[in-house]
Structure formats: C-alpha cells, structure tokens
Design a protein around this ligand. Sequence first.
Ligand SMILES: Cc1cc2nc3c(=O)[nH]c(=O)nc-3n(C[C@H](O)[C@H](O)[C@H](O)COP(=O)(O)OP(=O)(O)OC[C@H]3O[C@@H](n4cnc5c(N)ncnc54)[C@H](O)[C@@H]3O)c2cc1C
Length: 807
Amino acid sequence: MNMKTHARVVIIGGGMMGVGLLYHLAEEGWGNDVVLIEKGELTSGSTWHAAGQCPSFIANYNMAMIHHHGNTLYPKLEAMTGQATGWHGCGGIRFALSQEELDYFKLVQGTAANIGFRMEIIGPDEIRRLNPFVDTKGVIAGAWTLDDGHVDPSSCCNAMAIGARNMGATIYKYNRVLGIDKLPNGEFKVRTQNGDITCQHVVNAAGCYADRVSAWLGVKTQFTNMLHQYVVTEEIPEFAARDVELPVMRDPYPNAYYRQEQNSGLIGIYERANTVEAWAGVGQKWEAENELFAPDFDRIMPWLERVMERMPIFESVGIMRVINGAISHTIDSNPLVGPAPGVKNFWLCTGSSIGIAQGAGCGKYLAQWMVHGDAEINMTGLDPRRFGDYADKAYTDAKAHREYWDMYDLVLPGEERPEGRPARATPLYAKQKAKGAVHTEGFGWERPKWYSPDGREEECGFRRNNIFDVIGDEHRAVRERVGVMELPSFSKWDVSGADAAAFLDRITANKLPKVGGIVLTHALGENGRYQTEFTITRLAEDRFYLLSASFCQLRDGDLLAFAQREGEDVVIRDITMDYSVLIVAGPHSRDLLSKLTDQDLTNASFRWLNGKEIEVAGIPVRALRVNYVGELGWELHVPMAQVAELYDAVWAAGEEFGVADFGTYAMNSLRIEKAYAGFGVELTNEITPVEAAMERFVRLDKAFVGKEAVLAAKEREPRLQMCYVEVNVSDADVAGGEPVFHEGQVIGLTTSGGYGYTVQKSLAFAYVRPQFTKPGTTFEIEILGERCAATVLAEAAYDAGNARLKA
Ligand SMILES: Cc1cc2nc3c(=O)[nH]c(=O)nc-3n(C[C@H](O)[C@H](O)[C@H](O)COP(=O)(O)OP(=O)(O)OC[C@H]3O[C@@H](n4cnc5c(N)ncnc54)[C@H](O)[C@@H]3O)c2cc1C
C-alpha cells in the first residue's frame, strides 16, 4: 500500500497511548485524516508486556476521570469491534495500613462519588471474604473498587485500533519515523522509512523513545525509563477451584500488586531501593521490538518475600515467567499529554507509567484539546509544559526514581520530598532556612511554606495539625502588623513596542491599564475558557510588565509568541529569572517602606493598583501596589542578585513594627478570606468567566479573543457555577476535589479551601449547579467522609469593600 503523502495528524507510536489517541481523534470526526505510524507491530514497545491492570483508585479528579474512561470503554470494546480485549472486571482492593491512609481512602471516595465509580471502604473481615488467601496483618481497611479490573494489553490496544480503522483512521506498521522537519508554512514533514508525509499536527506517542523523537524538533521531554518486573507463578489449584476471580490487590507493605492470572498468580513489585534505569548510558535502540530485560530477582526479593507473607499460597508454587520491562516515569508520575513547549501543533501523548489504564482516557481528552481547542477536564496536571528547563536529566531521574518507590506510598499533604532539590533557589534560600523556613517546590522554585518558630516539624496529614497555630501567627502578623514573604516564582515578561498595547488588548479580556496602572486580566481561548491569568503593569505607553503563575512560564511563553502577528512591532522578553519578589504587606507596610525610599507612598501619589519603578534601600525595584493577601502592601520586584540585600533592609526597617516572615500556608489563609480565586485551580481551561462568576474582569465593549464565546455563554445557563462558601468543619478544611451534596445528590465539587484565622471561618470555593449559588443557600460538603454544612456567602469574608487595600 502506498503511504499517504498528507494528513491532518500524524501520530508516532502504536502503543496504548498512541492508539488511544487515534481512536478518539477518529471518534471526534478526524478519522479520515489521521495516520498512525509504528516502527514494528502495534504494542511492540512497553504495551505488550504490561500486566494490564486498570485501577480506578485515584484521588485527583482529572486523573480519575481518565482512568474511569478506560474502565468504561474497555469492557464495551469487544462488542463494538469484534476483537476480544481480555477484560476482567474483577475489581481491586487497596490496603490502608495507617489512619492517614484511611483518611486518604475517604478522600478518594469523594472523588468516586463525583465521578460515579463504585468504591467501598471495607474492613479486614470483608477483605478476607473477597480474598480468602490473604493475611491482613496490619491492615486497617481496604478500598474496594468494583468497576475496574485488568485487560490483555495487546488485545485491548488492537481492539481500539480496529475501532479507529472502522472510523476511517489509517495505521502504517513496520515503518520507522526517521525525523521531523518543521516547514516554513507551519506544517511538518515526517520522514519515514517508507517515504515522507506532511501534516498539520504531529503527536509524539513514542513511549520510551519519546525523548529522542522530541529532540528532532529541539524539544526536551522529561521522563526516565525505569525497569519494572512482575512474575507469574505456576498454576494454583485453589485458584482453579474458584468460581469468582480474586480482586487485584494493591499493598503498601510489599509495595506491590498481586492478583490471579488465569489460574496462576501474578505479582508486580515496585522495589523501594536499587531501582534501575533501562538503557542507562546507552540509550534505546531504534531496531528493538518486544524488548525484555534479564530477570533480576535480587532486586525484588525482599519485596517478594513480603508478598509471600501476605499470600502464603504463593509459596507453594514455582515461578513460571518473569517479565522485566521498561516504562517511562515522569517527575510527578502524571503522563505528558498536551502541547510540546515551543513548537506549535507538536503534541505529546506519552510519559505514562500506567499507560494501559490511561491510554483511552488520555486519548479522549487530548483529542478534545486538539479538535476543539480544549478538553472538558482540567489539563494543567498533564500539560507537558508543567516542567521547565530546570528539570535536567539529574533532576528528572531523581524524581522519577522517587515516584517509582512511592507507587503505593501515600505522600501526605505537607510532606516534602527532597529528591532533585533545590532546583531553583534564590540568594535568600539559605537565610530563610536558617530562620526555620520549610520550603515547598513549585515549577522548580523553592518557596517558604511556613517558618518553624521552635524547630518543630509538621505532623503531616489530612487534618489540622501541630502547626495550625503557627500559621495563625503568621496570618495575624500580616493582618495586624506587617509581613514579608519572598515569592520569586511568578513567570515574568517585558512586552514592549509600538504595537504592544494593541497586541495585549487583543489577547486579554480586561481593559489595559493607563501608564502606571495595574490590571488583573485573562487570556481566553476562542471557546471563551481560561488560558491564563496575567497581572499587567503599564510601565510606559509602549512598555508592559506581565506576571503569571509559576507553572505557566512555558505555556504563556507559547501563548504570547504564537499570538503575535507577522509584522507586529512587539518584543516579548521572558525575564522570569532576572527578578525575585518580596511581598511586604500589612497595615504598617507603608511606614516600613517609607523608611527606605524617597518615593511618596501615600495614596496621593501611589494608589492601590499602581506600579512604579523606584528605589528602595538604594536598590532599583518595580514596586507594585497589589497583593494576594488583601492588605495595604507592595510587591517589590527586585533584581535577583539584590534580593538578599533588600530583604535585610526591609527586615531592619520593620523591626520596630513587628515585621514577621510568612509563607504560602499563611498566604492561602489570607487569600481565601478575601475570596481570591486561583488560576489553575478555580480558573481553568474548563471554565468561562460566566461560570467563574468573574465577568467583572471582562470588558465586552472591546474586541478580544474569546469574546463571542463569552457572549454565547451568557445566553445559556451554565452547567456549574462557582460560589464561595463558609463550611462548618470539625478538624479538616476543604482541600479541593470534595463532593458537594444536596439532599443526598451530588451537585458539584470544591476546588480549594482553607481556614481564615481573622474571620475564624473555614472557607472554600465550589462549583455547583447554578440554582445553588444564591447567597444563603445551604448544602453539604463531604470532607474525609464527614458531611459538613456549607452556606454560600455573598461576598469576601474579610474586607469585602477593599478598604484595607486602599488604606
Ligand atoms: C512489567 C510492566 C508491567 C506493567 N503493568 C502495567 C499495568 O498493569 N497497567 C498499566 O496501566 N500499565 C502497566 N505498565 C505500563 C505500560 O506498559 C505503559 O505505561 C504503556 O504501555 C505505555 O504505552 P505507550 O503507548 O506510551 O508506549 P509504548 O507501548 O512503548 O508505545 C510506543 C510505541 O512507539 C513506537 N515508536 C517509537 N519510536 C518510533 C519511531 N521513531 N517510529 C515509529 N514508531 C516508533 C514503539 O515501537 C512503540 O510501539 C507496565 C509496564 C511494565 C514494564
């Protein structure tokens, strides 16, 4: 068969991820114009040798949606395509060995209620009823998920391939892609062993080879290929005698999964030590197909022994087969699904370490993104651009090994993992540490989370803990005196040129500020949904300073670069690394800073939402009178090399006012009292300003990208709408993702929350059906299994009139 010479989409790689995407692009209507190219047989990479489990036990709503889609589609595929998939709907049981894990189960149960998959928390007796061979020593509960199971990966992948072909898609096997060229017209030329094919979109679904494929276009794709082993035992007569298949067991004690495979046992180990990278130092061979590695029992033996303790029946049989194969593991365990950084229409659908379970769901939501401009779930946690240049090989490897060790370990809220850190530390880092700062990492940046006043360590968990009052002290220092916090992690750009104003006006929904002014504004997609949030300061008629969230640095760099029209006089400079930021906020912030600058800081010359280039302590800064904590205050954007000097000056000047350090925990408490929504959390690619009740930031009297869609959204009733609530909690605040109930029915979910120490209320944001958003409406939020009464508030719990900010 002659190969097509042109297609709308070329997918490179015929494993579960590539074929999952092919199927869903076809379902979205692009079938006749999408081509998949595979260098060997379909599934001949990591897919064929996988153990095939498809768990639904995931706390994160978006990832759980991805898993749920697979678990819904795979059981139906055989009837749809005629190809058997080997689906076994045996369910799964995950063990909790601690109270914290049990809390986690309750969190996941909330996700299950939101999404609609069945999950029950069961005790040891019930566990032993479902699996009479297991020793439940030390197990306090099990999370029994009833709608998942396992498939035969090759058969299931082939069933999706048949389904895709039936919808018009084309697959070329035994044809290696040799390179990709970006053409001047924006298209790509994909060079293969059997000829060239041009296309508008290229998708890299090359599994363990994906870093090499990305490199053809100069793109860095961060993951580590880890070796993972499972063993299959000889037949076990007791299994053969059963009518009902055992559930898949997932157990933190041996960090393993074990289940019935036909009449044998199957045991997979995530060893917590001596983990090995596949092809370390030599790289993958293009010619390899169905590649396996020599069994390495020594590595897994200690963990295998623990499995034998749990399932003594395995001791009575020998091992029939060992599979040692490569899987890609990313820095945070989530796959890389979405646009590759820097190259328009180059997409990634790779980096999955549970790709059998995730292939269909990743394909579904990436197909939506490619065809409609967005997915219906929040893709922030999957977007390949969530890692920047700081994520080099050493960093990626350190994180990937850790993620592998943690496969069944619970990382508690508040727990910090040291691997790869610090990646981006400012000159203040050591000083902060010396003052007791506990840092958290975001986009590689180290940011103070809280300051330990007495050396105490956080007792991490899902409930309020031993640092609750410490955070309260930091909070009150800002509200009552003056607080200082370094927040270097904003993404920062200078945008200048004769057309800069017109350019920014076109791509953002709010009115641009006058010279000296600051606005909060959003870039929307053509569909009216949030793409990013910018704080724009106009430094001159033709010079703007843009700030956005740390994790948006690559995304927004692309957004700005791709929006620029040919011939437009606009210069965009990423200056993220040039500046750090000190937030100085609180009723005494003016008194403090007035000691360090000649600039008049009174309202007469420096009003709220104004920014100026001034000197503070003799250091040139961009001083912005804006903040996320809701007090009189300034953000001082200071050259990175001088941040420590400025901090010392601020501290010395502030001592008479009781200046205090504060961190991100206190900031969350301060912002939730002010009802400030967060980009990427409340405001996402799923949401328009109408749903977010944020129309005050949209100027419909001007033209901007997404305006028609916003107008259309105003005409229809939103499915869900954001509201701000006070919650009657016991010892845990809303974390985000909790289901919201009214008269026993799920009516929405929360996005974030926290305790407001000044107003002494537990507060949260939730998206619920519009009829429930009226102030005074009550419903229930399920926090760690407890239904807590919530009341919709009409306005911010603290200083709704912004008097403090304008003081
Ligand atoms: C021992 C083991 C057990 C596992 N068990 C499970 C499990 O129980 N459940 C689960 O969900 N996951 C499991 N996994 C993980 C799972 O196998 C992977 O996550 C999944 O297969 C990844 O799919 P993929 O499509 O990204 O990659 P792959 O299946 O590797 O597909 C990538 C394809 O790209 C092709 N390709 C690469 N370069 C080119 C090129 N230049 N031109 C053309 N084609 C190219 C390759 O030949 C390959 O077929 C397991 C993995 C291992 C090793």
